[in-house]
Ligand binder design. Structure first.
Ligand code: SF4
Length: 308
């Protein structure tokens, strides 16, 4: 189906609240512009921007706005970044978190395969800066795969002790070549698994690291594929999983394959609970960072809460 018709054929459950031009949304936008910051909410054209920004939360994207990968589903600009990491960016993010009064913040980045440490040091500096300016604020990092630098990067990021370590698996293994050509499904699972061990070596007195991953559905996978990925994540000790509907950003991106119904998302939640995840957020508009604090609290409470 042509892209323009597909947009019109959006099912009613994909309807989102339009961003309000007033109130907290505008305040937050001003704060982000003023700080010279990037958010994945804008860069990835997230459908929840009205709701999240209206509630005063956002997901910060560090290390610039140009990604060295070119995943076919992603709206972020890909290419060769022209600048080195900005040394003051961690401080600017920390100040924004302070002004927003956040109790939990998600920090992600573009992929920076051009950097010797793949950006791990900048993640660590950002975690530390947030913590210094915002004692008590939980920090969740949504990291790239650090291909080729797994253990060094894990050590660098985890020494700064984030509360949640997230890496999105995105889709089934057999779709990687088409959807995420520079990624590696098995290595993504290994990164999540190995993070637990590195954490235990670095912080033996602390509780185990909370790990998290996410999937986008509607990119050519079957429901059995989704359950297979969930089983793989559990086998690699992942605690929290998110599953949401793919929205084709433009005509040039990977074509949408299907609209997954709310009923099917409910089945994913049930299956995820049976598999033993600490928290499963699955729904048409769920994104990795959507209501992230709630996801974390549900998993911490050991309630195996299944929300949304
Ligand atoms: S779901 Fe995440 S990326 Fe989307 S608007 Fe909310 S915080 Fe931003």
């Amino acid at each position: 189906m042509p892209w323009s018709e597909l947009q019109k054929a959006r099912p009613e459950w994909m309807t989102v609240r339009a961003p309000s031009p007033n109130g907290r949304f505008t305040e937050l936008r001003g704060l982000i512009r003023e700080g010279g910051l990037h958010t994945v909410c804008e860069e990835a054209r997230c459908p929840n921007i009205g709701e999240c920004w209206g509630r005063g939360t956002a997901t910060f994207q560090i290390l610039g706005d140009v990604c060295t990968r070119a995943c076919r589903y992603c709206a972020v600009t890909s290419g060769r970044p022209e600048s080195a990491p900005e040394p003051l960016e961690p401080l600017r993010v920390a100040r924004a978190v302070e002004r927003m009064g956040l109790r939990h913040v998600v920090v992600t980045s573009v992929d920076r395969d051009d950097l010797p440490d793949r950006g791990a040091g900048h993640f660590a500096a950002t975690i530390r800066a947030i913590r210094r300016a915002n004692p008590g604020c939980g920090v969740e990092v949504l990291v790239p795969d650090f291909l080729g630098f797994r253990d060094e990067a894990l050590r660098t990021v985890l020494e700064a002790a984030p509360e949640v370590f997230n890496h999105n698996i995105e889709t089934a293994e057999h779709l990687y070549r088409r959807v995420r050509p520079k990624g590696d499904y098995r290595k993504a699972l290994d990164l999540l698994d190995r993070a637990k061990d590195v954490w235990a070596e670095l912080h033996p007195a602390r509780p185990p690291l909370m790990t998290k991953s996410g999937m986008i559905v509607g990119m050519g996978e079957s429901d059995d594929d989704v359950l297979g990925v969930m089983r793989d994540l559990r086998a690699h000790r992942v605690d929290v999983v998110t599953i949401g509907q793919y929205l084709q950003p433009t005509e040039r991106h990977l074509p949408l394959d299907r609209w997954v119904t709310p009923e099917q998302f409910r089945r994913y939640r049930q299956e995820g609970r049976a598999m033993g995840f600490g928290s499963v957020f699955a729904g048409p508009l769920v994104r990795s960072s959507y209501r992230a604090e709630e996801q974390r609290l549900a998993a911490e409470g050991g309630s195996r809460a299944v929300a949304h």
